[in-house]
Design a protein around this ligand. Sequence first.
Ligand code: SAM
Length: 224
Amino acid sequence: MTKTGSGDAQAFYGRWAQLYDLLARKTPGIATLRRRATSACRLEPGDTVVEMGCGTGANLPFLREAVGPEGAVVGIDFTEPVLRRARDLTAPYENVHVVRGDATMPPISGPVDAVIATFVVGMLSDPDGAVDDWCELVGSGGHLVLVNAARSRRWYGPPVNAVFHAITVLSTPPTTKLRYEKPPTERLDERIGKAHDELRENAVAVAHETHAFGVVRLTGGRLE
Ligand SMILES: C[S@@+](CC[C@H](N)C(=O)[O-])C[C@H]1O[C@@H](n2cnc3c(N)ncnc32)[C@H](O)[C@@H]1O
Protein backbone atom coordinates (compact mmCIF):
# COMPACT_ATOMS: atom_id res chain seq x y z
CA MET A 1 0.00 0.00 0.00
CA THR A 2 1.27 3.48 -0.79
CA LYS A 3 2.05 5.83 2.08
CA THR A 4 -0.80 8.17 1.07
CA GLY A 5 -3.24 5.26 0.75
CA SER A 6 -2.38 3.87 4.15
CA GLY A 7 -2.52 7.35 5.77
CA ASP A 8 -5.99 7.94 4.28
CA ALA A 9 -7.19 4.56 5.50
CA GLN A 10 -5.93 5.14 9.05
CA ALA A 11 -7.46 8.64 9.18
CA PHE A 12 -10.77 7.30 7.83
CA TYR A 13 -11.09 4.29 10.14
CA GLY A 14 -9.76 6.31 13.06
CA ARG A 15 -12.46 8.97 12.57
CA TRP A 16 -15.31 6.51 12.04
CA ALA A 17 -14.21 3.77 14.48
CA GLN A 18 -17.42 3.84 16.56
CA LEU A 19 -19.79 3.85 13.59
CA TYR A 20 -17.74 1.16 11.86
CA ASP A 21 -17.86 -0.96 15.01
CA LEU A 22 -21.65 -0.73 15.08
CA LEU A 23 -21.93 -1.78 11.43
CA ALA A 24 -19.30 -4.49 11.86
CA ARG A 25 -21.22 -6.15 14.67
CA LYS A 26 -24.89 -5.24 14.18
CA THR A 27 -25.53 -5.31 10.41
CA PRO A 28 -28.21 -7.99 9.85
CA GLY A 29 -26.57 -11.31 8.92
CA ILE A 30 -23.03 -10.19 9.77
CA ALA A 31 -22.68 -12.36 12.88
CA THR A 32 -23.66 -15.44 10.85
CA LEU A 33 -21.08 -14.51 8.21
CA ARG A 34 -18.35 -14.05 10.83
CA ARG A 35 -19.22 -17.41 12.38
CA ARG A 36 -19.08 -18.99 8.93
CA ALA A 37 -15.66 -17.41 8.21
CA THR A 38 -14.39 -18.68 11.56
CA SER A 39 -15.57 -22.19 10.81
CA ALA A 40 -13.81 -22.04 7.40
CA CYS A 41 -10.53 -21.58 9.37
CA ARG A 42 -11.06 -25.18 10.61
CA LEU A 43 -9.63 -24.30 14.03
CA GLU A 44 -9.15 -26.81 16.83
CA PRO A 45 -8.89 -26.04 20.54
CA GLY A 46 -5.31 -24.97 21.28
CA ASP A 47 -4.66 -23.54 17.78
CA THR A 48 -3.13 -20.15 16.95
CA VAL A 49 -4.99 -17.87 14.55
CA VAL A 50 -3.98 -14.45 13.22
CA GLU A 51 -6.48 -11.90 11.94
CA MET A 52 -5.03 -9.36 9.48
CA GLY A 53 -6.75 -5.94 9.58
CA CYS A 54 -8.88 -6.95 12.59
CA GLY A 55 -10.49 -3.49 12.85
CA THR A 56 -12.67 -3.11 15.94
CA GLY A 57 -12.35 -6.84 16.64
CA ALA A 58 -15.75 -8.11 15.52
CA ASN A 59 -14.30 -11.53 14.52
CA LEU A 60 -12.11 -11.96 17.58
CA PRO A 61 -14.73 -13.40 20.00
CA PHE A 62 -15.70 -16.02 17.39
CA LEU A 63 -12.04 -16.96 16.84
CA ARG A 64 -11.44 -17.12 20.59
CA GLU A 65 -14.44 -19.43 20.98
CA ALA A 66 -12.96 -21.75 18.32
CA VAL A 67 -9.44 -22.01 19.81
CA GLY A 68 -10.62 -22.08 23.42
CA PRO A 69 -8.69 -20.91 26.48
CA GLU A 70 -5.57 -22.91 25.54
CA GLY A 71 -5.26 -21.43 22.03
CA ALA A 72 -4.11 -17.98 20.92
CA VAL A 73 -5.71 -15.26 18.82
CA VAL A 74 -3.70 -12.34 17.42
CA GLY A 75 -5.44 -9.37 15.79
CA ILE A 76 -3.30 -6.97 13.73
CA ASP A 77 -4.37 -3.55 12.48
CA PHE A 78 -2.58 -0.27 11.78
CA THR A 79 -5.33 2.10 13.02
CA GLU A 80 -5.02 2.88 16.73
CA PRO A 81 -8.65 4.01 17.46
CA VAL A 82 -10.14 0.79 16.06
CA LEU A 83 -7.59 -1.22 18.04
CA ARG A 84 -8.71 0.48 21.25
CA ARG A 85 -12.23 -0.78 20.61
CA ALA A 86 -10.86 -4.27 19.80
CA ARG A 87 -8.91 -4.27 23.07
CA ASP A 88 -12.02 -3.30 25.07
CA LEU A 89 -14.08 -6.00 23.37
CA THR A 90 -11.52 -8.73 24.09
CA ALA A 91 -10.39 -7.55 27.54
CA PRO A 92 -11.97 -10.61 29.26
CA TYR A 93 -9.71 -12.98 27.28
CA GLU A 94 -6.06 -13.37 28.25
CA ASN A 95 -5.20 -15.26 25.08
CA VAL A 96 -6.44 -12.62 22.60
CA HIS A 97 -3.67 -10.21 21.65
CA VAL A 98 -4.42 -7.04 19.72
CA VAL A 99 -1.33 -5.60 18.08
CA ARG A 100 -0.66 -2.45 16.07
CA GLY A 101 1.12 -3.33 12.84
CA ASP A 102 0.99 -3.45 9.08
CA ALA A 103 -0.78 -6.53 7.73
CA THR A 104 1.51 -6.47 4.69
CA MET A 105 4.53 -6.80 7.02
CA PRO A 106 2.97 -8.66 9.95
CA PRO A 107 4.96 -8.40 13.19
CA ILE A 108 4.67 -12.13 13.79
CA SER A 109 6.54 -15.25 12.75
CA GLY A 110 4.89 -18.52 11.83
CA PRO A 111 3.88 -21.14 11.45
CA VAL A 112 0.35 -20.45 12.64
CA ASP A 113 -2.71 -22.66 12.23
CA ALA A 114 -4.80 -20.10 10.37
CA VAL A 115 -4.85 -16.58 9.01
CA ILE A 116 -8.09 -14.74 8.35
CA ALA A 117 -8.67 -11.37 6.68
CA THR A 118 -12.19 -10.00 6.31
CA PHE A 119 -12.89 -6.87 4.22
CA VAL A 120 -9.20 -5.95 4.06
CA VAL A 121 -7.49 -7.01 0.80
CA GLY A 122 -9.50 -4.45 -1.21
CA MET A 123 -7.47 -1.79 0.64
CA LEU A 124 -4.06 -3.21 -0.32
CA SER A 125 -2.16 -2.07 -3.42
CA ASP A 126 -0.54 -5.51 -3.78
CA PRO A 127 -3.29 -7.88 -2.61
CA ASP A 128 -1.90 -11.04 -4.22
CA GLY A 129 1.57 -10.31 -2.77
CA ALA A 130 -0.02 -10.02 0.70
CA VAL A 131 -1.86 -13.32 0.18
CA ASP A 132 1.44 -15.01 -0.77
CA ASP A 133 3.05 -13.73 2.44
CA TRP A 134 0.08 -14.85 4.55
CA CYS A 135 0.22 -18.31 2.94
CA GLU A 136 3.87 -18.53 4.03
CA LEU A 137 2.90 -17.63 7.57
CA VAL A 138 0.44 -20.53 7.70
CA GLY A 139 1.97 -23.87 8.56
CA SER A 140 1.47 -27.08 6.64
CA GLY A 141 -2.17 -28.16 6.85
CA GLY A 142 -3.25 -24.72 8.09
CA HIS A 143 -5.87 -22.47 6.50
CA LEU A 144 -6.17 -19.00 5.03
CA VAL A 145 -9.65 -17.48 4.82
CA LEU A 146 -10.59 -14.33 2.89
CA VAL A 147 -13.96 -12.60 3.05
CA ASN A 148 -14.66 -9.58 0.86
CA ALA A 149 -17.40 -7.58 -0.76
CA ALA A 150 -17.26 -7.02 -4.52
CA ARG A 151 -19.79 -6.58 -7.34
CA SER A 152 -22.32 -9.39 -7.60
CA ARG A 153 -22.04 -11.62 -10.67
CA ARG A 154 -25.56 -12.98 -10.32
CA TRP A 155 -28.24 -12.34 -13.00
CA TYR A 156 -30.01 -9.82 -10.74
CA GLY A 157 -26.65 -8.08 -10.09
CA PRO A 158 -27.31 -4.60 -11.64
CA PRO A 159 -29.65 -3.15 -8.94
CA VAL A 160 -27.66 -4.84 -6.17
CA ASN A 161 -24.43 -3.44 -7.64
CA ALA A 162 -25.90 0.08 -7.88
CA VAL A 163 -26.47 0.04 -4.11
CA PHE A 164 -23.06 -1.55 -3.55
CA HIS A 165 -21.41 1.17 -5.68
CA ALA A 166 -23.02 3.95 -3.59
CA ILE A 167 -21.92 2.31 -0.32
CA THR A 168 -18.40 1.77 -1.67
CA VAL A 169 -17.99 5.39 -2.76
CA LEU A 170 -19.17 6.60 0.66
CA SER A 171 -16.86 4.24 2.51
CA THR A 172 -13.71 4.48 0.38
CA PRO A 173 -11.12 6.78 1.95
CA PRO A 174 -10.78 9.65 1.19
CA THR A 175 -14.57 10.04 0.92
CA THR A 176 -14.18 13.69 -0.11
CA LYS A 177 -12.77 12.71 -3.51
CA LEU A 178 -15.25 13.32 -6.35
CA ARG A 179 -13.26 12.03 -9.31
CA TYR A 180 -11.31 8.78 -9.41
CA GLU A 181 -8.90 7.53 -12.08
CA LYS A 182 -10.81 4.28 -11.80
CA PRO A 183 -14.24 3.84 -10.14
CA PRO A 184 -13.73 2.46 -6.58
CA THR A 185 -15.94 -0.57 -7.26
CA GLU A 186 -13.82 -1.52 -10.29
CA ARG A 187 -10.59 -1.19 -8.29
CA LEU A 188 -12.13 -3.20 -5.46
CA ASP A 189 -13.24 -5.99 -7.84
CA GLU A 190 -9.75 -6.14 -9.33
CA ARG A 191 -7.94 -6.35 -5.98
CA ILE A 192 -10.37 -8.83 -4.49
CA GLY A 193 -10.30 -10.98 -7.63
CA LYS A 194 -6.47 -11.07 -7.53
CA ALA A 195 -6.36 -11.96 -3.81
CA HIS A 196 -8.94 -14.76 -4.01
CA ASP A 197 -7.33 -16.16 -7.21
CA GLU A 198 -3.93 -16.19 -5.51
CA LEU A 199 -5.33 -18.12 -2.56
CA ARG A 200 -6.95 -20.63 -4.96
CA GLU A 201 -3.60 -21.11 -6.71
CA ASN A 202 -1.60 -21.59 -3.51
CA ALA A 203 -4.05 -23.86 -1.69
CA VAL A 204 -4.39 -27.60 -2.05
CA ALA A 205 -8.07 -27.60 -1.10
CA VAL A 206 -10.38 -24.68 -1.62
CA ALA A 207 -13.88 -23.80 -0.43
CA HIS A 208 -15.68 -20.91 -2.05
CA GLU A 209 -19.10 -19.47 -1.35
CA THR A 210 -21.03 -16.24 -1.81
CA HIS A 211 -23.46 -14.45 0.50
CA ALA A 212 -25.60 -11.29 0.53
CA PHE A 213 -26.95 -11.52 -3.05
CA GLY A 214 -23.53 -12.53 -4.37
CA VAL A 215 -21.78 -9.41 -3.04
CA VAL A 216 -19.85 -11.15 -0.27
CA ARG A 217 -17.24 -13.73 -1.34
CA LEU A 218 -15.73 -16.19 1.12
CA THR A 219 -12.74 -18.26 0.01
CA GLY A 220 -10.96 -20.65 2.34
CA GLY A 221 -7.90 -22.63 1.40
CA ARG A 222 -5.78 -25.33 3.03
CA LEU A 223 -2.05 -24.83 2.58
CA GLU A 224 0.57 -27.54 2.13
C1 SAM B 1 -13.16 -2.57 6.39
S1 SAM B 1 -12.21 -2.69 7.84
C2 SAM B 1 -12.43 -4.41 8.27
C3 SAM B 1 -12.19 -4.69 9.72
C4 SAM B 1 -12.46 -6.13 10.17
N1 SAM B 1 -11.63 -7.08 9.48
C5 SAM B 1 -13.92 -6.49 10.00
O1 SAM B 1 -14.22 -7.49 9.34
O2 SAM B 1 -14.77 -5.78 10.58
C6 SAM B 1 -10.56 -2.69 7.23
C7 SAM B 1 -9.53 -2.62 8.33
O3 SAM B 1 -8.28 -2.97 7.76
C8 SAM B 1 -7.28 -2.15 8.33
N2 SAM B 1 -6.16 -2.14 7.40
C9 SAM B 1 -6.15 -1.81 6.08
N3 SAM B 1 -4.93 -1.97 5.56
C10 SAM B 1 -4.14 -2.41 6.57
C11 SAM B 1 -2.75 -2.75 6.65
N4 SAM B 1 -1.94 -2.66 5.59
N5 SAM B 1 -2.27 -3.15 7.84
C12 SAM B 1 -3.08 -3.24 8.93
N6 SAM B 1 -4.38 -2.91 8.91
C13 SAM B 1 -4.92 -2.52 7.74
C14 SAM B 1 -7.97 -0.79 8.56
O4 SAM B 1 -7.33 -0.05 9.56
C15 SAM B 1 -9.38 -1.26 8.99
O5 SAM B 1 -9.46 -1.39 10.38
